[in-house]
Design a protein around this ligand. Sequence first.
Ligand code: F6P
Length: 375
Amino acid sequence: MSSTKRVGILTAGGDSPALNATIRGFGKSAIGEYGMELIGFRDGVTGLVENRYATLDGKALSGILTVGGTILGTSRDKVHKFPTADGPVDMVPTVVQNYEKDKLDALIMLGGGGTAKNANRLVEAGLNVIHLPKTIDNDIALTDTTFGFATALEIATEAIDRLHSTAHSHHRIILTEIMGHRAGWLTLGAGIAGGADIILLPEIPYTVESVADTIKERTRRGSTFSVVAVAEGARDVGDTADYEAAQLLVRNAKTPEAQRAARTHLANVENAQREHTFKLAKELEAATGLEARVTILGYVQRGGTPSAADRLLATRLGTAAADLVADGEFGVMVAARGDGTQPVPLKEVAGKVKLVPADHEWITAARKVGTGLGD
Ligand code: F6P
């Protein structure tokens, strides 16, 4: 048997800055330091199931540190509910077969919360898996931060900076919708760094009255414009109650029919709330008499070259994962801890979401500088 370790790597979930920097960090160390062989699966879990991959050598890893997206491609497919013409199928056994056929000693999975769950399923099936925490949302439990977040923070902050001057010139309210799924880290960070007048987060349901009062108070003090940073998951008190009630129905549904009906209801509620930032803009116009405009930052937050902070984090996490493969330590996520890294058992991470705690010091700091949080 060869002593050379053969390792697979993939990127899964939504793309994010520094995926390539992380592939490079892992690959250069795995190949250069430890003499391992590396293959890259295409399009996340899809390529793993379909056994589509390419060998990654030094040449393939060169010149990608600064490149946005992922050279491997990505998808949101799940191993246990893989889409087929006959409906979703559990492909964990297929992945195990491919892993054996490809003679792998380890599999490195770069991704967010969904990928952590997929990775844990493969750990439970007996594979040697290491997960590296990626997401612009920064919502993965038990790690200080995730790669992609720092870059998205820079992009969203710059957008708020730029929106300030146009809001000021036109005496308008400008609402900017920022990604983050159901977590408010990106909006809170960018809102503070960009000096947004109001920051609305999923973790703090707002009332239109409170937001309007903050704007009217600013007008009384002579500021004829306001910049509102709105998390894509932020909702007013009423919509939050509707959403939570729909989620509860799904959790409590006992029969398959009840589950189907509850899921359809939840999807309808989510759909009805999709345009929430535009709805808020109209409500604020009516309540304040000021003109309002909406800017949805969207995928620009995920694209392009990673920041220096993300390149550094990616290289630290990637090289730490290569050390773990060399040491034979698996079934973990490589967490960022201060200046170092720490392996955390995947079963402790999978299925958890890190939201902004109400007493987090970013929240306290925002309140202390007079930022409205809509509550
Ligand atoms: O998780 C990253 C993220 O960009 C979220 O902020 C956002 O809610 C979601 O992905 C968008 O997903 P998709 O790429 O499937 O549209």
